[in-house]
Design a protein around this ligand. Structure first.
Ligand code: SAM
Length: 281
């Protein structure tokens, strides 16, 4: 069983503009969280689907925006081979260092650089494919980021955006009205909590040809992360601070959840979506 940190993850910790506020401890916790998410089977399936749709070929230039610890950048590097180029853009210096360390450890020629989705450090029409996973939920101006993707893609280039729609969170057991208020408070911690449902519209508005097949995955939280740790317990505390639910309601949610976890009856999930598009002009 994975050890679950008991500290809370600060809302906005992943947001580029707020990353300077966190220290080494927070970076370690964010890396832990990215590793937990990487092990989620549903995320793996959605990543596989997106990679298949992008179909990277040897010799191509592939870009992973907001690469995190770089697992998917390394897969892109393997696919484009020694004649191609895989570049991870990651603004968090400690997460980027970890991505670089992991690529060096498995001798993958993926490179990681600092950068912002809203002003990519790439020349016009220089990329064959771009992927960007769970970054748009943190962006203050998603349309600026899509414009940048359009700028750096070559004609015929492909893009895959993968993101969560936090309003889809389900939790059992939990009174539906309490869950609605709890979830509304949780969503306030994200710049774009409904990114998942907006991916297609952002790509379409930017003039890209969007594939009608939208990928999706129900990401189910493992039991050991339900009762305590940075997920439900800290989100419930946040909802109390925002006065979205009362202390008594929070205590009841956590008590019922702990009992349900012990009986293997608890359930918490959120839906991720993925949209793929092509630059036609
Ligand atoms: C939830 S993590 C996802 C990481 C990785 N894509 C994955 O799926 O594991 C969000 C990532 O976006 C990065 N990020 C935040 N704001 C960004 C911005 N403005 N431009 C590029 N990346 C950004 C964060 O540093 C973080 O690594």
């Amino acid at each position: 069983m994975t050890e679950v940190p008991q500290r809370r993850i600060r809302p906005g910790a992943f947001r580029r503009a707020e990353q300077r506020e966190g220290g080494t401890d927070e970076a370690e916790q964010l890396i832990w969280l990215l590793d937990v998410q990487e092990r989620a089977p549903a995320i793996g399936r959605l990543r596989d689907w997106a990679l298949t749709q992008l179909a990277p070929r040897p010799g191509e230039t592939a870009v992973d925006i907001g690469a995190g610890t770089g697992a998917e950048t390394r897969r892109l590097a393997a696919a484009v081979g020694s004649t191609g180029r895989a570049l991870g853009i990651e603004p968090h210096p400690l997460i980027r260092a970890e991505a670089q360390r992991r690529a060096a450890a498995d001798e993958t020629p993926a490179r990681f650089v600092d950068g912002d989705a809203a002003s990519l450090p790439l020349a016009d029409a220089s990329a064959d494919l771009v992927r960007c996973e769970r970054v748009f939920q943190h962006l203050p101006d998603p349309r600026a980021a899509v414009s940048e993707i359009v700028r750096v893609l070559r004609p015929g280039g492909r893009v895959a955006l993968l993101d969560t729609d936090w309003a889809t969170m389900v939790l059992h057991p939990c009174d539906p009205d309490v869950l609605r208020r709890f979830n509304a408070a949780f969503c306030r911690g994200f710049a774009e909590p409904y990114a998942g449902r907006r991916l297609r519209s952002w790509l379409t508005t930017a003039g890209l040809a969007v594939d009608p097949d939208i990928g999706s995955a129900g990401v189910v939280l493992p039991d050991e992360q339900l009762g305590s740790g940075p997920f439900v317990a800290s989100a419930v505390e946040l909802a109390v601070e925002h006065r979205a639910i009362s202390r008594a309601e929070a205590d009841e949610v956590l008590r019922d959840l702990a009992a349900a976890v012990a009986r293997h009856e608890a359930f918490c999930a959120v839906t991720m979506f993925a949209a793929v598009a092509r630059k036609t002009g």
